[in-house]
Design a protein around this ligand. Structure first.
Ligand SMILES: [Zn+2]
Length: 321
């Protein structure tokens, strides 16, 4: 097992979300770097400051912050850092961090349209938009310098960016070839399977991203990387990364086959499938459960196992005969 050198410190920060604590990482490179910043909450800031103090550090000491993705439990805390600390991240963070009126309107329209296609009742479609209620936790700062596939992170010698879209379109992971350490954000977690979350396309003319298919591709991409240890965004480290990836891919295939079985009985809408997959939580967590359902349907379509038919604007999914 790879032991972490003294350059990397893991801090655990409480969040107001069901997922629990988020991990952020201090890297003492040429530039003092924090990977992810925790949520924008008083408690989050207090714990971050205290944990840094234990390391002899202050928030004002940091040269830069690198975001693995835009979700508020990872990105909200960038607001606590002074202007001179540069925020790095993928360009796709920006629309979520800026959250302009225009993008909010685009989001509402996107969920309305996709809700209609999936047969979600109109009065429920708005609740698919997870960002509606989380305004208070979203940072006011945004990304100042963009990172993309293959970039070496400035100030962090030997750390390379690997794009891992799926859980979020903005998702990147950071890999250090020297010892095989991967800082993985929410791409792969112990005990929790990260939700591939539906997001609108980057221009209205494009078709929407297929988050689960992307996610699986990003997992397979990691199989090609000589990872010795994965440092996660939530929970413990992962020492057997490849084994966990294979396990998760197989389990997800099994879940998709259950969806196929439901469609063997009769053709159905996405919303009908969602209710069967998540009978207890779908009404409370419609955004996440619909994302998961759409992911499985995209996956089965990609395999040629099922097809969809447009019936007056609503997709009916059925098994390929
Ligand atoms: Zn996340």
């Amino acid at each position: 097992m790879t032991r972490l050198d003294t350059e990397i410190k893991k801090l655990s920060i409480p969040t107001p979300y069901a997922v629990g604590d988020v991990n952020v990482y201090v890297i003492k490179g040429e530039a003092l770097t924090l990977v992810d910043a925790g949520p924008r909450t008083h408690e989050g800031k207090e714990v971050l400051e205290k944990s840094l103090r234990d390391l002899g550090l202050l928030i004002s000491d940091f040269d830069q912050i690198v975001l693995t993705h835009h979700h508020p439990d990872h990105a909200g805390g960038i607001d606590f850092f002074p202007e001179q600390a540069i925020v790095f991240g993928h360009a796709y963070n920006q629309r979520w961090l800026e959250l302009t009126a225009e993008f909010r309107a685009e989001l509402d329209q996107f969920y309305l349209n996709i809700g209609k296609e999936l047969g979600v009742p109109e009065e429920k479609a708005a609740s698919m938009n997870n960002y509606r209620g989380s305004g208070g936790y979203i940072s006011k700062r945004t990304v100042q310098s963009y990172l993309k596939e293959g970039d070496e992170i400035p100030g962090l010698f030997g750390w390379q960016v690997i794009e891992t879209p799926g859980h979020a379109q903005s998702h990147i992971s950071l890999f250090r070839e020297r010892d095989g350490v991967m800082i993985g954000g929410d791409h792969l977690l112990n005990k929790i399977s990260p939700n591939p979350i539906l997001e609108p396309p980057f221009s209205p003319a494009e078709s929407r991203p297929e988050p689960l298919n992307q996610y699986n591709n990003s997992l397979r991409k990691w199989l090609e990387v000589p990872i010795s240890l994965t440092l996660t965004g939530h929970g413990g480290d992962i020492s057997e990364t490849r084994k966990l990836i294979r396990h998760n891919l197989a389990r997800q295939h099994g879940r998709a086959m259950r969806v196929k079985q439901m469609l063997e009985a009769k053709s159905q809408t996405g919303f009908e499938i969602c209710k069967q997959l998540f009978p207890k939580v779908y009404h409370r967590e419609l955004g996440l459960t619909i994302s998961e359902t759409v992911g499985q349907l995209d996956y089965l379509e990609g395999l040629g196992e099922i097809k969809k038919e447009d019936q007056n604007g609503i997709y009916m999914y059925s098994v390929h005969s």
